[in-house]
Every structure is written in structure tokens, then in C-alpha cells.
Design a protein. Structure first.
Length: 265
């Protein structure tokens, strides 16, 4: 219950999906949560859920593609809670309708993808770090994706920007490790959130399920629990790592689903 007692965690994109689940789970473990999202109503809803779970929450309206907005979010956190111990640079994604293959890529979407995923991660870290250094340490959790590890027929930008998030994670871990600031990334596989359910046809969701070693797709809480672990002292010896939380999707041979179907009963 108290794995994050006395810690303040800022979670961007906490108005929905994985970020909301992480906020509630961290709040339940005793953290003070800054629920940051550009959808103010969604941030307020999550903050109410955190408080219902017994935690303390501050909703914050932020656009992570705007440095001034990030600076305001961190300043409000310090004003309200006195510091920042955990930062989750969680907002991300690209528009699958315009993030296409190399030849048909919408270059404006490519640039938006960099801003939403990469620049936001760098700037969030840059604004939170001075407070972590002053406090003698902290934990930064960046959200990548299995798309950073494998090629796909579409969403070229998504793979590229998430790979960049992994690289920034390692640089941050090396540069600030001596000051006891840890930085790790998570690579979720297919997780049932509004982003996935609203964008992918049912047939693709079924294919994703077949591609997992485990017999189901992930829930936002499956990723949220990993984020709680990375935020807590239980992971104190872990830094610069990418934790792949994907139901076995990327470790499974592409032949496995077919071979499984041929197994004797
Ligand atoms: N859902 C999956 O299957 C999956 C898989 C791998 C990685 N991820 C990653 O997890 C993260 C969240 O995904 P999700 O599925 O929970 O998404 P979601 O759509 O459920 O939630 C995203 C939240 O981010 C907010 N947001 C979007 N742009 C913002 C901005 N510029 N500033 C502030 N807030 C903003 C939205 O309002 C929303 O509340 C993303 O980085 C995504 O790439 C998701």
C-alpha cells in the first residue's frame, strides 16, 4: 500500500488509458499525483479516481508539445507538492491514418510525431531534472512501444520516434545516474485503451491476440503495475533499461501461432 509514500509523481497523458491506470495505481501506493493532460475534464476525472482510491491528486492542463506548458506543469507541481520524485513522460503516438509507409508518409505527421513523442520526452526531463538533482535522485519513466523494436508495414514515424525515446532514456540514465536519477522506458505491446480500440479494426485486434504468447491482450493496469515498480525503490538498481510488457508478442516466433494450431489435442 505504501510503496510510493512521500513521493510526488507527474504523469503526462494521465487523462485516459495507460496513464490513467498508472495514476490510480501510484495514488493507491501513497504517491501524490499530478495528473497532466491537455484534456482538462479528463485530467479532473482521473484526479477524482485517484482520490477515490485513497491518493492525493492535482489535475494539470498541459500540452506536452509546448515547452512553456511543460515548464508551468513542473512549476505547479513544485508549488503544490514541494518537488518531483517521479516523472512519467507518457504522452505519445501518431495518427495511423497519416503515418503511413515511407513513400506515402505525411511529412507534417512525421514532424508532429517527433514533437509529441521525442521533444516532449526531452523537455519534460529537462524541466524535472533540476528538482530531482536537488532532492538527491528520482525516477524517470518514458513510454516507448514494441514499435521501437520491430518493423511494420505502416506507422513508420511511430517506430522511429519510439526508438528515439529509447535512446533518450539511455542517455539520461548515463548522464544523471551518478546523481541517483534513474531513467527507464517501457515498451507496451497491444493494450486495450481507447487509442487502440478506436483506431484498429476488429480483424487486426484478433491478429494481435494470435501474435501474443499469452492468450489475451494487455489491460492499462498491466502496464500501470510495471510503472509503479519503476517508480518505487524496488527497482533502485535498474536504470537505462527498456522493459517490454507485451504478452510475449515480440519474443514469439512468427511460426508459433500456426504450429500451435497443429499441436495434437
Ligand atoms: N495502447 C497501446 O496499445 C499502446 C502500445 C504501446 C505504446 N503505447 C503508448 O502509451 C501511451 C499512451 O497510450 P494510450 O493508449 O494510453 O493513449 P490514450 O489515447 O488512451 O491516452 C492518451 C492521453 O494523452 C492525452 N494527450 C494527447 N496528446 C497530448 C498532448 N499534446 N499534451 C497532453 N496530453 C495529451 C490525451 O488527451 C489522452 O488523455 C502513448 O505514448 C502510446 O504511444 C500504447
Amino acid at each position: 500500500m505504501d510503496r510510493l509514500k512521500e513521493k510526488t509523481a507527474v504523469i503526462t497523458g494521465a487523462g485516459s488509458g495507460i496513464g490513467r491506470a498508472a495514476a490510480v495505481l501510484m495514488g493507491r501506493e501513497g504517491a501524490r499525483i499530478v495528473v497532466a493532460d491537455y484534456d482538462t475534464a479528463a485530467a479532473e476525472e482521473t484526479a477524482a479516481l485517484v482520490e477515490k482510491a485513497g491518493g492525493q491528486a492535482l489535475p494539470a492542463t498541459v500540452d506536452v508539445t509546448d515547452e512553456g506548458s511543460i515548464a508551468d506543469m513542473i512549476a505547479a507541481t513544485v508549488r503544490e507538492f514541494g518537488g518531483v520524485n517521479v516523472l512519467c513522460n507518457h504522452v505519445g503516438g501518431t495518427n495511423p491514418r497519416t503515418d503511413l509507409d515511407v513513400l506515402r508518409m505525411d511529412m507534417e505527421e512525421f514532424q508532429r510525431g517527433i514533437a509529441r513523442n521525442v521533444t516532449s520526452t526531452l523537455l519534460g526531463t529537462r524541466h524535472a531534472l533540476p528538482h530531482m538533482l536537488r532532492a538527491g535522485g528520482g525516477s524517470i519513466i518514458n513510454t516507448a512501444s514494441v514499435a521501437a523494436l520491430v518493423g511494420d508495414v505502416l506507422q513508420t514515424a511511430y517506430g522511429a520516434v519510439k526508438a528515439a525515446v529509447v535512446s533518450i532514456t539511455k542517455s539520461t540514465a548515463v548522464q544523471y545516474g551518478p546523481h541517483n536519477v534513474r531513467c527507464n522506458a517501457i515498451a507496451p505491446g497491444a493494450v486495450l485503451t481507447p487509442a487502440l480500440e478506436n483506431n484498429l479494426p476488429e480483424s487486426v485486434v484478433e491478429d494481435l491476440k494470435k501474435g501474443n504468447a499469452l492468450p489475451y491482450l494487455g489491460s492499462p493496469e498491466d502496464i500501470g503495475h510495471t510503472m509503479v515498480f519503476l517508480a518505487s525503490e524496488e527497482s533502485r538498481y535498474l536504470t537505462g533499461q527498456l522493459l517490454v510488457v507485451d504478452g510475449g508478442m515480440t519474443m514469439q516466433s512468427s511460426a508459433a501461432p500456426g504450429r500451435r494450431a497443429q499441436l495434437p489435442a
